[in-house]
Write a protein that binds this ligand. Structure first.
Ligand code: CA
Length: 408
């Protein structure tokens, strides 16, 4: 699903503060779930806000007539699986022979539409089908939760109130524009809908009526579905004909502190540093980073600007690499993906404890939040430097054990 959660925009100090506040709030109220007593009053207030935003009374009514409070979603919202699953477990759960076969079948079944969409938007059909597989198992499950209830509940709950309220208003705008007054729009618990799991704001901004029937239909019209996704990727800066990611090999003695998503160099500079496995055809590309999703002793991937485009869709490295790997598999004759095994990722609580331990030992990782962001990785790298360890910044179990071991 397309997300723009606060922690995907942590560069903004305001949002960062909001995120930290949310994390602290989460820590303090996680046991006392709201019984929804204040929900009806909240709904009437938001109804007035919507009307003040000049959303049509008919759309506001249609949306709120369907709204109910769904406390179960709040529990779900507090688990973000992309951030607590190890890379290999994540990929193995999503990409396998069955998924690849089904994706290839879909490339066949929709080849006419996909051909036209690829020509128009210059986004490869294998990439579109990979997103489709990742988001809804090729339309197999798009979610059956009334979107208005999901967005209202998550906004009422407060952890990301403004984000979900904006999406709720945009849902009303979708209802207004497309005249969906009768049956409710359904989707995932997190507010995403359709084959490609668009949030309402994404649908408003990037939805395309490709079959020209007067409606943007991302639930049943395949031209609209593929065109809307391609339009999003194209506008997010997709570079036609350029790679997303490729596995590379690092030379002995490689400085692992260079392997960071934000640390881009021209490909030729990586080659000069001894990185191998890079085809001549991409030597002139000006921008690539190296990432180590399993730490320094796992596979190394070189990632390119198209990888950043995928991360605008979903700000998870595991997700973006999975889309890349699945699209590569869809292009090949044989299924060849095999992830090396690795220990489970640290839990949310362990990650939090790791951040506390880093801070306590003088390696500032920011206010603990349980998410291994850039600041945590930088703190780990500084710790690793003092211990003469490879500076990969990877928050694995070994670092956790070292940092949280009782002092002798
Ligand atoms: Ca249409």
């Amino acid at each position: 699903m397309i997300r723009s959660y606060p922690y995907s925009q942590a560069k903004s100090p305001g949002l960062l503060k909001a995120l930290l506040f949310a994390a602290l709030l989460l820590a303090s109220v996680v046991t006392s779930a709201d019984d929804g007593e204040g929900f009806p009053a909240w709904v009437s207030a938001v109804r007035q806000e919507a009307l003040a935003l000049h959303i049509s009374p008919q759309a506001v009514e249609a949306t709120f007539n369907q709204v109910s409070y769904l406390p179960k979603l709040i529990e779900l919202d507090r688990k973000q699986p992309e951030f607590v699953t190890s890379f290999s477990a994540y990929v193995n759960r999503r990409i396998n022979q069955r998924v690849v076969n089904k994706g290839k079948q879909m490339l066949q079944d929709y080849q006419g539409i996909l051909y036209v969409v690829e020509e128009l938007y210059q986004v490869p059909k294998e990439v579109l089908v990979a997103f489709w597989g990742m988001e809804t198992n090729f339309g197999g499950y798009m979610g059956d939760i009334p979107l208005a209830s999901a967005l209202a509940t998550l906004s009422y709950e407060g952890r990301r109130a403004e984000f979900f309220k904006r999406e709720l208003f945009d849902l009303m705008r979708v209802v207004e524009r497309e005249h969906y007054y009768e049956s409710p729009i359904t989707g995932s618990w997190a507010g995403a809908t359709g084959h490609m799991q668009f949030m309402p704001s994404t649908l408003l901004k990037y939805g395309v009526d490709a079959d020209a029937d007067g409606k943007i239909d991302i639930w049943e019209s395949y031209p609209d579905i593929f065109s809307s996704a391609a339009n999003y990727l194209s506008q997010a800066g997709w570079q036609p004909g350029k790679p997303i990611s490729m596995m590379v090999a690092l030379p002995p003695g490689f400085d692992y502190s260079l392997a960071q998503l934000q640390a881009n160099k021209p490909v030729s500079e990586w080659v000069a540093l001894g990185v191998v496995g890079i085809p001549d055809s991409i030597l002139s590309l000006p921008r690539a980073a190296i990432i180590l999703p399993q730490g320094f002793d796992g596979p190394a991937y070189m990632v390119f600007p198209n990888f950043d485009v995928i991360m605008q869709w979903n700000r998870s490295v595991n997700y973006a690499l999975s889309v890349s790997l699945l699209s590569q598999q869809l292009r090949q004759d044989m299924y060849t993906l095999a992830m090396p095994p690795e220990p489970p990722a640290l839990s949310y609580q362990q990650m939090w404890a790791l951040q506390e331990a880093l801070n306590a030992q003088g390696f500032d990782s920011g206010t603990p939040d349980g998410f291994p962001g850039g600041k945590t990785q930088a703190a780990i790298r500084r710790y690793q430097a003092t211990q003469k360890l490879p500076q990969d910044g990877y928050p694995g179990i070994e670092i956790f054990n070292r940092l949280t071991a009782p002092l002798p």
